[in-house]
Write a protein that binds this ligand. Structure first.
Ligand SMILES: *Cc1c(COP(=O)(O)O)cnc(C)c1O
Length: 368
């Protein structure tokens, strides 16, 4: 398999090589690596809940789950969490998944099939793209957040298909911007489509649900995907929607059926974390508005992209910040088209830390 080596050399030449770092500290605002401490600006733990662990949950449920949900791995605490998530998302019901990747791949491929049309935003998460491919439906990619482009594709193509699906991130994971959900809602109704919204970076950040920002409530052709591994601080994911949708997914969704259930301990811990969300979310909002004012980066979420002219420059800035004790990795192609630092602000960052990070970035720009 010598081609693996030559392929890796090609990746290195393009400055796109990736490697893993193994931290000695648990997940949190401060990371320790080889005895050095770094302030973490690269976490999706927006509310600082990832390090929470309830001994009561662990003692009651243990760490594993024993089987898939349909076999013997479904417990009362799963159902309790599903009901609570549905209440918060204002949907009839919800279904837990083991990861967000599996929720997207599973729900899209279970709902769409041959003879259907999926319209997908050009900056959607990889798990949405993979779900679309796996479904074997025809896929049209519309320009990022471009409702005019989307509508022209709908006008031209909708008539030839049985079912139609619009799929989008609500908060985009690398740009932190917001999909035009009001316009998407209008087009979904006008063209008889189902709207699938991935709230991975919205849940617990912009509110319980991205739809709140637009004064919209989910109806029976809205499917909301949410994750537990980001602001909610644990692991796993869920699909929120109608009871009919839940029943269908239990029977037809392969990434729900053929995998080990989310450990009941994780569901129990998530219920604990949910109690802390409102207060932490209010604190996060204050930090976000502080950082927006400081930097002029106008992000509606906790993700602040700082664009760089090349992968080399993004790497150099990331390295410069690391020497000053900040962990802010460079994000490069193929993950994004334009290289950047992706700065995640969390409820745990102090104003002083945010100020220090920004002055270090200014220093790099002025001196190098
Ligand atoms: C993180 C993320 C996912 C995947 O969720 P996991 O639980 O990490 O697998 C899906 N969609 C978006 C937009 C994400 O950012």
């Amino acid at each position: 398999m010598k081609w693996l080596k030559s392929e890796l050399e090609r990746i290195k030449e393009q400055n796109l090589y990736r490697r893993l770092f193994h931290f000695e500290s648990p997940p949190g605002k401060v990371l320790e690596l080889e005895g050095r401490k770094f302030i973490n600006f690269a976490s999706n733990d927006y509310l600082g809940l990832a390090s929470a662990a309830s001994l009561e949950c662990l003692r009651r449920w243990g760490a594993g789950s024993g089987a898939s949900r349909l076999v013997s791995g479904s417990f009362t605490v799963h159902r309790e969490l599903e009901k609570e998530l549905a209440r918060l998302k204002k949907t009839e019901d919800a279904l837990l998944f083991s990861t967000g990747y599996m929720a997207n791949v599973g729900v899209i491929s279970a709902l769409a099939g041959k003879g259907d049309l999926i319209l997908s935003d050009s900056l959607n998460h990889a798990s949405i793209i993979d779900g679309c491919r796996l479904s074997r439906a025809d896929i049209l990619v519309y320009n990022h957040c471009d409702l005019e482009h989307l509508e022209s594709l709908l006008k031209e193509n909708r008539g030839r298909y049985r079912r139609c699906f619009l799929v989008t991130d609500s908060v985009f994971s690398m740009d932190g911007d917001l999909a035009p959900l009001d316009g998407l809602f209008r087009l979904k109704r006008l063209y008889g489509a189902v709207l699938i919204i991935d709230d991975a970076h919205a849940t617990g950040v912009v509110g319980w649900s991205s739809l709140e920002l637009f004064g919209l409530t989910p109806d029976d052709t809205t499917v909301l995907v949410g994750t537990l591994g980001k602001a909610l601080g644990t692991f796993g994911a869920f699909v929120a929607g109608s009871s009919l949708l839940r029943e269908y997914l239990i029977n037809r969704c392969r990434s729900f059926i053929y995998t080990t259930a989310l450990p009941p301990f994780v569901a129990c811990q998530t219920l604990e974390n949910l109690k802390l969300v409102p207060e932490r979310m209010a604190l996060l909002r204050r930090r976000l508005s502080f950082f927006r004012n400081l930097t002029g980066i106008n992000s509606p979420s906790a993700v602040f992209p700082y664009l760089c002219s090349s992968p080399e420059r993004a790497l150099a800035l990331s390295e410069f910040l690391r020497e000053r004790g900040f962990w802010v990795p460079a994000i490069r192609p193929p993950t994004v088209k334009q290289s950047r630092l992706r700065i995640s602000v969390t409820a745990e960052h102090t104003e002083e830390e945010l100020r220090l990070l920004w002055s270090s970035i200014r220093e790099f720009e002025l001196t190098l």
